[in-house]
Write a protein that binds this ligand. Structure first.
Ligand code: MRU
Length: 351
């Protein structure tokens, strides 16, 4: 039985429990993670997915890896911890939260004085802190997003793409955090969830999360969004992000860019909701964001059925980049900002 509150990553006594997101909505199952190898595999295979959630998972992965290191000498321990970090960094390339969380953990290790055993304890506390902070951050994003939404109509119809919900974060969600806050404030009529081919995060995960809480949700296939906008069925779009460049260009799940283009064509506001840890101020624009390419099987096979003829070539980018000029505002835990303001307003907030 799924709990009322959804937490995709949970520290339980001596291990991590992950909700197996590859099995939802058919089955609610938890996976026990005791070792860093298992955590790396879980991130790669998308048992846990969504930018902030993989950041939290990787933070625990660092601790699990640290726990296995036998060195008692601090320098040797730190050198081996770097290898653990390398393994986790190699799992998924696009979401910067993964790299951010790993760096936070390494910083903790470098800055903590004391025995190796003491360092290990500090790493577990740091992972728990990253998780707690993310939950708090998502609630703030929800509040700021609610304030940034159009003031009319009273009850909004919001469109979202992929899953940027509790399952994709420590809990509550970024884009779905805004939806949740709008629902709690009685400002939501309905959320439209793009199904999000090829992995179907919208149909499987966003719809499941909304159903859990009784939030009215309508699933549409990705190619129906333009029609819905043309018919006046959508008041605003809210999506998450995996990495935002300093100029405000935002990488998110493949298909987000087309949603932004059609929203612009219909004069519908388009919001990107993300914590500042998703902003990569080291890169100036979205062309430098690494885009993950995944196995073509995600395109040619649905369930047990092969849907394409043999001998075909495939291209399966998992993310695309929405140019800053298509984004009305980037909603963070510190407020909503026009994309061209983030450098000036948020750079100093990045830790
Ligand atoms: O490939 P996924 O499922 O990890 O991609 C997830 C997304 O693109 C989300 O929209 C993004 O990570 C924001 S999650 C708060």
């Amino acid at each position: 039985m799924p709990p009322n509150q959804v937490y995709p990553v949970v520290w339980d006594r001596d291990r991590v429990l992950l909700i197996d997101q590859t099995r939802l909505p058919g089955e609610y199952a938890l996976v026990d993670i005791h070792r860093c190898d298992d955590m790396a595999r879980a991130i790669k295979t998308m048992i846990v997915r969504g930018a902030p959630a993989i950041g939290v998972a990787a933070a625990y992965g660092i601790y699990l890896g640290a726990r296995e290191i036998e060195a008692t000498n601090r320098e040797q321990f730190l050198a081996r911890l770097e290898k653990v970090a390398e393994q986790l960094r190699a799992t998924r390339p696009t979401a910067v939260n993964l790299f951010w969380a790993i760096e936070q953990m390494l910083k903790t290790a470098r800055q903590t004085l004391g025995s190796v055993e003491y360092l290990k304890e500090a790493l577990l506390l740091a992972a728990k802190q990253i998780q707690e902070d993310d939950l708090e951050t998502c609630r703030s994003i929800g509040d700021h997003g609610l304030a940034a939404l159009p003031s009319t109509p009273e009850k909004l119809r919001l469109l979202t793409h992929c899953n940027a919900g509790a399952l994709a974060t420590a809990g509550y969600g970024t884009a779905l955090g805004v939806v949740r806050s709008a629902w709690a404030a009685n400002r939501l009529e309905r959320v439209y969830a793009d199904e999000t081919r090829p992995r179907l995060q919208g149909a499987k995960l966003t719809a499941w999360e909304c159903a859990q809480e009784g939030i009215p949700v309508t699933v549409i296939t990705d190619n129906m969004a333009a029609h819905c906008m043309q018919r006046g069925m959508i008041d605003a779009v809210v999506v998450g992000a995996d990495r935002i460049a300093a100029n405000g260009d935002a990488a998110n799940k493949i298909g987000t860019y087309s949603v932004a283009l059609i929203a612009k064509a219909h004069n519908i506001p388009f919001f990107v909701a993300a914590p500042v840890s998703t902003i990569d101020f080291q890169i100036s624009d979205g062309s430098q964001i690494p885009i993950e390419e995944r196995d073509p099987v995600e395109i040619y096979q649905i369930g047990e059925t092969i849907i394409c003829p043999p001998g075909i070539e495939y291209y399966n980018p998992a993310f695309d980049v929405t140019p800053a000029e298509l984004i009305t505002a980037i909603v963070t835990e510190f407020g909503a900002f026009a994309p061209n303001q983030i450098q000036a307003r948020l750079h100093q907030r990045v830790v």
